[in-house]
Design a protein around this ligand. Structure first.
Ligand code: FE
Length: 211
């Protein structure tokens, strides 16, 4: 093998193992925080574990099911979602303020973070990749109906689309419409119907078929 080939091969080997630049930065910040005694490795590990394994959209789904079943809770959720959810012991300090926005026959709500990826982690877990992509972040505000169509949501013209732009201070949770034919469902059965995308607003109709 000639030298040039060797160099090319080495280059590719290195690049397939080196983390991308943001990942490197995160690792550096983490190392510094640990080194300066500001945070412990174990704390970081437990946060990663909590948000990737223990906390997921099921939490949000339970909140939605409760809102469908209990009008008082729904009113409290719409009035001050952070407080209502905090009273369920779900919120912790990780979310900041939260606003719940309700879909109706006339309105469809959709959530984006145009700046980065602000998301109600404590209720929905880790954000999906598409939520963080520049395409979604810019197009959700420019052409929400087209984006929704790509997610399989065909909205009638008379339905108003409201797009909410999240920030670190204020995040949003969409309350989807309760599907017909679920009058006898328990809270757990209702929660089974609520998907992550429905709570972001990239899905509108919920299926009553439980997987
Ligand atoms: Fe953000």
């Amino acid at each position: 093998m000639d030298d040039q080939k060797k160099v090319t091969e080495l280059y590719h080997t290195l690049h397939s193992h080196l983390p991308s630049e943001p990942a490197l930065r995160v690792k550096t910040i983490q190392s510094l925080l640990v080194e300066k005694g500001l945070i412990q490795e174990a704390t970081i590990d437990s946060w990663v574990q909590a948000y990737s394994e223990d906390i997921g959209p099921r939490r949000g789904a339970e909140v939605i099911a409760k809102a469908w079943l209990e009008p008082d809770f729904k009113q409290a959720l719409l009035a001050d979602a952070a407080q209502a959810v905090d009273e369920l012991g779900l919120m912790g300090k990780a979310v900041g303020h939260l606003k719940a926005v309700e879909n109706t026959d006339a309105v469809h709500n959709m959530v984006v973070c145009t700046l980065c990826s602000c998301y109600p982690f404590a209720l929905l877990g880790i954000a999906p990749d598409w939520y963080k992509k520049a395409a979604y972040r810019s197009r959700a505000v420019r052409e929400p109906r087209q984006v929704l169509r790509e997610f399989g949501v065909e909205l009638a013209d008379e339905i108003t689309v409201r797009v909410y732009d999240s920030t670190a201070e204020l995040r949003y949770l969409v309350i989807p419409q309760r599907p017909a034919g679920t009058e006898d469902f328990t809270a757990a059965q209702l929660a089974d119907l609520v998907t992550r995308n429905a709570m972001i607003g990239t899905q509108r109709e919920l299926s009553v078929e439980v997987a």
